[in-house]
Design a binder for this molecule. Structure first.
Ligand SMILES: O=C(O)c1ccc[n+]([C@@H]2O[C@H](COP(=O)([O-])O)[C@@H](O)[C@H]2O)c1
Ligand SMILES: Cc1cc2nc[nH]c2cc1C
Length: 373
């Protein structure tokens, strides 16, 4: 499935991009006055192979959740159980991501690819024995529009990358293919744009290691404070990333190997989601540092995948800026966010919709009777 998906990923369609540029020039606004939105609309035309491209709606956010063996190295101040507890919060609709998703009109799918501790049982549904265990949709207790849980556990947390590879190549491939499958299901259900989300206590450490491995920057440049660690923990976290890179010498030309050595299950699954969106020529709006680390893996698999990517925001994590530079993507918003979950992508969604709506709805100088310069 990975190989066939990669084979389907192709460059942006130049004639559609030319048509969108010519159309932009005819609209009732000074040329270039919509700044980055103009080039974004052109890229989306190239992705769709049509000008105007379809409005990016409905929007579907997928939050991949997983835990990390490197948590044992004390790289974060938060206990591992918070991953499972926040998944419970997402499903109950109480997290920041739920508030933003309701505002943006996006559906939320939470995919457990490897949470280490048991998920809290929903209120009033104490372990419904009718719900199937294992891979697949495990229910939609609160009705249509409510966040949905997909259980697709590869293993209950990765291994500690400072001692051994975080994942086997087989586990990594399974996680990537889960992401591809989720992209396909969301698109088959009608999604016009996918948004990335993640939840995983300690996952900024593998994100930093991935960014250093794919870009070649030093560990200190790729590593940030994540949820917010003190100075000694931050220095130690950089050393942990350095140790993992020295141990594994990941080869950036072998993205499956890099993800296995120093990645995480949610990073691998997000790589698959991005590849799956690119193969179906549906835009994928990237959230923070975990998403852009996965995006580096996606372009290592398929360089043309970048055509489907939109950088939602610039996370406060320094590795995010490093990754975005390498990807050649300019983030739509820059608000110092460092929450994850998909929050930055959701805030950027109306900007993307606006960029496309202009091509659909704005009058031309000719049709509106406005004289040109
Ligand atoms: O999206 C980001 O750029 C981002 C930056 C810092 C932290 N996070 C979130 O915080 C968690 C990881 O932080 P940490 O410090 O435990 O590695 C994880 O659940 C991420 O979704 C996310
Ligand atoms: C409370 C909390 C919420 C989060 N959302 C994403 N990562 C998170 C980490 C913590 C600690």
């Amino acid at each position: 499935m990975l190989e066939t998906t990669i084979a389907e990923i192709a460059p942006l369609d130049e004639p559609s991009m030319t048509a969108a540029r010519l159309w932009q020039a005819r609209l009732t606004k000074p040329a270039g006055s919509l700044g980055a939105l103009e080039e974004l609309s052109v890229r989306l035309a190239g992705l769709a192979g049509a000008s105007p491209p379809p409005l990016p709606t409905p929007a579907a956010l997928a939050i991949f959740a997983g835990d990390h063996g490197v948590h044992a190295q004390r790289v974060t101040g938060w206990p591992q159980e918070v991953t499972a507890q926040m998944v419970g919060n997402f499903l109950a609709g109480g997290a920041v991501v739920n508030a933003f998703a309701r505002q943006a009109g996006a559906t939320v799918t939470v995919v457990d690819v490897g949470v280490a501790t048991p998920l809290p049982q929903p209120e009033g549904d104490p372990g419904d024995p009718a719900e199937p265990a294992g891979p697949g949709d495990v229910g939609d207790p609160a009705g249509p529009g409510a966040p949905r849980l997909v259980s697709a556990v590869v293993r209950r947390g990765t291994r500690d990358m400072t001692g051994t590879a975080a994942l086997t190549r087989d586990e990594t491939r399974t996680a990537v293919e889960i992401g591809i499958r989720i992209a396909g299901e969301l698109i088959d259900a009608g999604a016009g744009i996918l948004l990335t989300g993640d939840m995983g206590i300690a996952n900024t450490t593998p994100a930093a290691a991935l960014i250093a491995a794919f870009t070649g920057v030093e560990a200190a440049e790729a590593t940030g404070r994540g949820t917010g660690v003190d100075d000694p923990t931050y220095q130690h976290k950089i050393e942990v990333v350095r140790t993992a890179l020295r141990r594994h010498h990941p080869d950036p030309a072998d993205p499956l190997g890099v993800l296995a050595a120093v990645g995480g299950l949610e990073h691998a699954a997000l790589t698959g989601l991005i590849l799956g969106a690119a193969a179906r020529r549906v835009p994928v709006l990237l959230d923070g540092v975990i998403a852009v680390a996965a995006a580096l893996a996606a372009v290592a698999f398929a360089p043309d995948a970048v055509g489907a990517m939109i950088a939602g925001h610039r996370s406060a994590e320094p590795g995010a800026a490093v990754a975005l530079r390498r990807l050649g993507l300019t983030p739509l918003i820059d608000l110092g966010l460092r929450l994850g979950e998909g929050t930055g992508a959701l805030l950027a969604l109306p900007v993307v919709t606006g960029a496309v709506r202009v091509l659909h709805e704005v009058a031309t100088f000719d049709s509106a009777g406005v004289v040109e310069k």
